[in-house]
Write a protein that binds this ligand. Structure first.
Ligand SMILES: Nc1ncnc2c1ncn2[C@@H]1O[C@H](COP(=O)(O)OP(=O)(O)OP(=O)(O)O)[C@@H](O)[C@H]1O
Ligand SMILES: [Mg+2]
Length: 179
């Protein structure tokens, strides 16, 4: 008998912003294209930005910055985002406004520290070790429940695992026993 599979279709949500069409600097095979990655035109500016990207990737741009100058709405911010996208998905982009630096409430250094903190990414990795083998013995040690004096909970256990070549005795702590 054939089975009917039902899957829930979750609605896709995409945040659309002023610059969400910018995916990079529009470089293909080392050459800036007239129209690519959301950018159209501004080829010279994008070429200059691509030099910056190459220098950053080569580790030759530490401690330096880029000043992009131009009339309002000509794509200065878009260019900066293009540089960040071109550097890869792990490169953060934090936009700050100069007006915010001169706030009455927040000190300049405090504001800049906050901006810097929001640019720091943390990657959490979890290591897992997998032991395979035949369970030869399990000795579970019980202890007092922290809230219930009439109940006992496993505190630790010793497991003996064996394969055809070796035998290992492993101690398991309470946290991994209860999960
Ligand atoms: N060459 C381009 N191709 C595609 N989109 C662009 C290009 N240049 C600018 N844009 C888009 O036009 C809009 C205005 O550009 P942007 O905000 O980068 O200008 P700006 O120079 O930073 O302006 P301001 O001086 O006001 O900060 C944005 O949505 C940006 O993504
Ligand atoms: Mg801007």
């Amino acid at each position: 008998m054939s089975q009917i599979r039902i899957e829930e279709v979750k609605p896709t949500f995409e945040r659309v912003g002023l610059h969400s069409h910018i995916k990079g600097l529009g470089v293909r095979d080392g050459k800036v294209q007239f129209s690519a990655d959301g950018f159209v035109g501004q080829v010279e500016a994008r070429e200059a930005a691509y030099y910056v990207v190459k220098m950053i990737k080569a580790g030759k741009f530490g401690g330096k910055g880029v000043l992009i100058v131009g009339p309002p709405g000509t794509g200065k911010t878009a260019l900066a985002i293009g540089i960040a996208r071109e550097l890869g998905p792990d490169t953060p982009f934090v936009q700050i406004s100069a007006a915010e630096v001169y706030s009455m409430e927040v000190k300049k250094t405090e504001f800049l520290t906050r901006a810097l903190r929001s640019a720091i990414g943390v990657r959490i990795r979890e290591w897992r070790r997998v032991y395979e083998g035949v369970v030869k013995s399990i000795d579970i040690q019980y202890g007092k429940h922290p809230y219930n004096p009439y109940a006992q909970i496993p505190r630790s256990a010793a497991i003996t695992l064996a394969t055809k070549d070796e035998e290992k005795r492993l101690r398991v702590l309470r946290r991994s026993l209860s999960s």
